[in-house]
Design a protein around this ligand. Structure first.
Ligand code: SF4
Ligand code: SF4
Length: 103
């Protein structure tokens, strides 16, 4: 009888997956409400311990695990504070490309 493949939990898949997005937060526009931090599914946003020139703790991207879902963008009450970028997946060849002679 063949040995069973080890099962991978959904959160483990998330941990080993390549980041699919990235976020830039304008520290001058952010009002430190924390809505983006609370709403981010993979919890990759945080409020900085340092104060910005307006005396608030701005949000900050930790630099890992962003999926590019855009939830933080839609939650943010400050237009222009958050910009979400989608990272295109790396293309992996799954089958041989036919040559011109076989087309
Ligand atoms: S785009 Fe999604 S995963 Fe990325 S920081 Fe925003 S809420 Fe989190
Ligand atoms: S939701 Fe917008 S204003 Fe609030 S902490 Fe996040 S980036 Fe700043």
């Amino acid at each position: 009888m063949a040995a069973k493949e080890p099962r991978v939990r959904r959160d483990e898949v998330r941990d080993i997956a390549e980041p699919r997005g990235s976020v830039e937060i304008d520290q001058e526009e952010c009002k430190g409400c924390g809505l983006c931090v609370e709403s981010c599914p993979p919890k990759c946003l945080e409020l900085l311990p340092e104060l910005n020139p307006y005396g608030i703790h701005p949000a900050h991207y930790t630099g890992e695990k962003c999926t590019g879902c855009g939830i933080c963008f839609y939650c943010c009450p400050e237009p222009g504070a958050i910009t979400v970028f989608r990272v295109p997946p790396a293309r992996v060849a799954t089958q041989e490309v036919p040559s011109a002679a076989t087309l």
